[in-house]
Every structure is written in structure tokens, then in C-alpha cells.
Design a protein around this ligand. Structure first.
Ligand code: ADP
Length: 368
């Protein structure tokens, strides 16, 4: 009987539980034993009780839970071969030879590395007499499939990552709440959202809330960003707008690669020589990750979890590690490392010219 393990790794995201639930139930449906590895790679390295067999009923009610119920962690040991060696041993001790990982590009890169190293890890375990040759005989290949769990929507090759629409909904909700008070007091708010390298959340929140101005890492601002922003805000105010919303991703930069911070933007809006607006900074922080998944992420986690089990059962040793994507509303298998490579080369948010256009629907762009 095939034994498939599922784990979540890296930053948590809403919808991970839906994915785990789907993997567990689909594995059982396919006649396999389902396992969960608790606490990400840390659980794989620790072994023992961190690796638990799951029953159909064990994941009941998980669809509507936020975060990840099987825990996640960053694990330094897994960066080292010694840690991966222990992880391989623990997997074989539990009889597991197929692994589904739901995480970000870091976790999935680690997974690909683990799979590539697998035969040599087994050799080493036998050589060191930690496992017997007949024990490893059945585990020549490790099948691994990735699911992308991330609130940032930061992987190329897929339209959405599990969790990004929940985070976006939360950001928009927060902006709506802030707008009411901003209007009342005629204030400006600089809202910092997550996204160190990927500005998808900031860009889409900007579109969805009609923000006055946004800053994202993919579009480093020109030297004149101060004049540009103040010009637009000034236009809006002149036309009677009583609130100013600027959305800034954590990783916002200027053309020289210098960080643009929420405080810098605030000081500028508040500058008595300029706009002189009563300005506050709101950092949304982990509110963006919290709470239950929106319907889309539950659906995505479920459909992709089902596909991940099929893929892990069908994976062949010679094919590159795959991950489960959604493109044009279809669930698809794609080569993982190609997507990781593409992510480094293209800035996902910037590919979306149509959304750039949507940001131009601000009052300031309107010629009377
Ligand atoms: P994310 O998956 O959200 O991108 P991280 O980049 O922090 O998060 O990765 C999560 C964990 O995955 C790390 O703590 C580490 O255990 C493992 N990992 C990441 N990159 C690698 C790698 N290149 N080799 C081995 N393990 C890795």
C-alpha cells in the first residue's frame, strides 16, 4: 500500500487546511495510507510523533479553519545535507515514499533538492548502517509534488496561489474600514501591506479600493516620485475627495534600489510646506494572513489537493518535479523549477498591463 505524506511549510496561508484535507481524503480514496508531517521540514527531521497517519475523519471541519492545523516552521537543519539525511531516514522508517508539500518557493525549492538527492541519501544511510539495504530496496525513488501556498501570489506559471485571494479580501476590508474614518477627518492613510518581493497584494488592493497611489517592488519609483504622488493627491483633494489612501508594499523601492518606507510617504503627505495632510500609517501585518479562507482559496486548495495526489501517484523518476497550478481556470501540472526560475526573471505583477491601466482610472487622470 502506497503511503503519501502531506506537509505545509514556510509562511502559512489561508486555504492550506483545505489542501491538506483534500490530499488526505483523496489519498485514502485512491487506496493509499495518508500521513501528515507536522511543523514542516522540522517535523521531517525530528521524525517520530511529528509524522502521523491520518484518517478520513481526522480532517473533518478543516475547510473553514484559518492558518494551517498541521503547523509550519522554518527549518535551518533542512538547508544542510545532514538534516535531509535524517529526514530521509525518518520517512523510510514510516514507510513513506511520496510527499506533497504546500509552501512557498523556498519550501518547494528545498523539496526539489531533496528529491534530486534522494538516491544518494539512501546510499549514505546504508553505508553508515543506519538502514539495511533490504529496508531501502522499495524506496528507490521519491515522488514529490508541490502545492503553492502563499498570500503573496508570488510564483510564475500559476494565476493564483493558495491564500492570495483571502489576503487580498482582508486588505480590502481593512482599507474600507480605514476609509470611513479617513473621510470623516479628511485624513490621509499610508497602508503598508505584505510583499517583500512581490507587489501583487498592493497592486490588486490598489485597483480594488481605488487607492490614490501605490508602491510595489516591481515598479521602482522614478526620482520624481514625490512630486508625482503629491501631484495626484493634490488633484484628488482639489476635486473634493476627503480621504487619501496610499498603499505601499513592504518591499517598495526607488530606481536606485533604496527602500521607500511608509514613514517616508507619511512625512511627505504631512509636510506643512506641501500638502500638510493629517496623515497616519497603518501596518496591516499579520491580519492579512489570519482568519478563514475565502471561498476561492477553499476551492483552489481542494481541487489542487486532489490533483496533487493523482500527480504524486503518476510521477515518474525521470520527469522533473511538478507543482500544481491554475491557469485560465484549469488545474494543471507544471515543472516546478522552471516556474521558480521564471519567477526570478519576470516580475509577475508588472506582466499585468491591464491592471496597470485600471490604476489609471483615478480622478487625477480624468480630463474635464
Ligand atoms: P517559503 O516556502 O514560504 O518560501 P522559506 O523560503 O522560509 O519559505 O522556506 C521554508 C523552509 O524550506 C526553510 O526553512 C527550509 O527548511 C526549506 N528550504 C528553503 N529553501 C531551501 C533550499 N534551497 N534547500 C533546502 N531547504 C530549503
Amino acid at each position: 500500500k502506497k503511503k503519501i505524506a502531506i506537509m505545509t511549510s514556510g509562511g502559512d496561508s489561508p486555504g492550506m487546511n483545505a489542501a491538506v484535507r483534500a490530499c488526505v481524503r483523496m489519498a485514502i480514496h485512491m487506496g493509499c495510507d495518508a500521513y501528515c508531517v507536522y511543523e514542516g521540514y522540522e517535523g521531517l527531521v525530528q521524525g517520530g510523533d511529528f509524522i502521523r497517519q491520518m484518517d478520513w475523519h481526522d480532517v473533518r471541519g478543516w475547510l473553514s479553519e484559518g492558518g494551517t492545523l498541521i503547523g509550519t516552521a522554518r527549518c535551518m537543519a533542512f538547508f544542510e545535507r545532514a538534516g535531509r539525511l535524517t529526514a530521509a531516514k525518518n520517512m523510510i522508517l514510516h514507510g513513506i515514499d511520496a510527499l506533497i508539500i504546500c509552501g512557498g518557493d523556498g519550501s518547494l525549492t528545498g523539496a526539489d533538492r531533496f528529491r534530486a538527492e534522494w538516491p544518494s541519501l539512501l546510499e549514505e544511510l546504508v553505508r553508515k548502517k543506519e538502514l539495511m539495504a533490504d529496508q531501502v530496496e522499495l524506496y528507490k525513488h521519491l515522488n514529490i509534488v508541490g502545492l503553492v501556498g502563499s498570500i503573496d501570489n508570488d510564483l510564475s506559471g500559476t494565476d493564483a496561489t493558495i491564500g492570495c485571494y483571502s489576503a487580498l479580501a482582508r486588505v480590502c476590508y481593512a482599507v474600507d474600514l480605514i476609509e470611513a474614518t479617513a473621510s470623516s477627518h479628511s485624513r490621509a492613510f499610508v497602508i503598508e501591506v505584505m510583499g517583500r518581493h512581490c507587489g501583487w497584494l498592493a497592486l490588486m488592493a490598489g485597483v480594488a479600493t481605488g487607492a490614490d497611489f501605490i508602491f510595489i517592488p516591481e515598479k521602482p519609483r522614478e526620482d520624481n516620485w514625490r512630486e508625482e504622488m503629491c501631484g495626484i493627491v493634490h488633484q484628488h483633494r482639489k476635486r473634493g475627495k476627503r480621504k487619501t489612501i496610499v498603499i505601499i508594499a513592504e518591499g517598495a523601492l526607488d530606481k536606485e534600489g533604496n527602500k521607500i518606507t511608509a514613514e517616508m510617504v507619511k512625512d511627505l503627505l504631512a509636510d506643512k510646506q506641501g500638502l500638510g495632510l493629517d496623515t497616519r500609517v497603518t501596518t496591516l501585518g499579520h491580519v492579512q494572513r489570519g482568519g478563514t479562507a475565502v471561498a476561492y482559496d477553499r476551492m483552489l486548495g481542494t481541487l489542487q489537493g486532489v490533483e496533487a495526489v493523482k500527480a504524486v501517484l503518476e510521477a515518474a523518476p525521470e520527469t522533473p518535479t511538478c507543482f500544481i497550478a491554475i491557469t485560465e481556470n484549469k488545474i494543471a501540472r507544471k515543472p516546478l523549477m522552471q516556474a521558480v526560475q521564471d519567477t526570478k526573471e519576470v516580475a509577475k505583477a508588472i506582466e499585468r498591463q491591464d491592471f496597470q491601466m485600471a490604476m489609471s482610472l483615478r480622478d487625477a487622470e480624468f480630463e474635464e
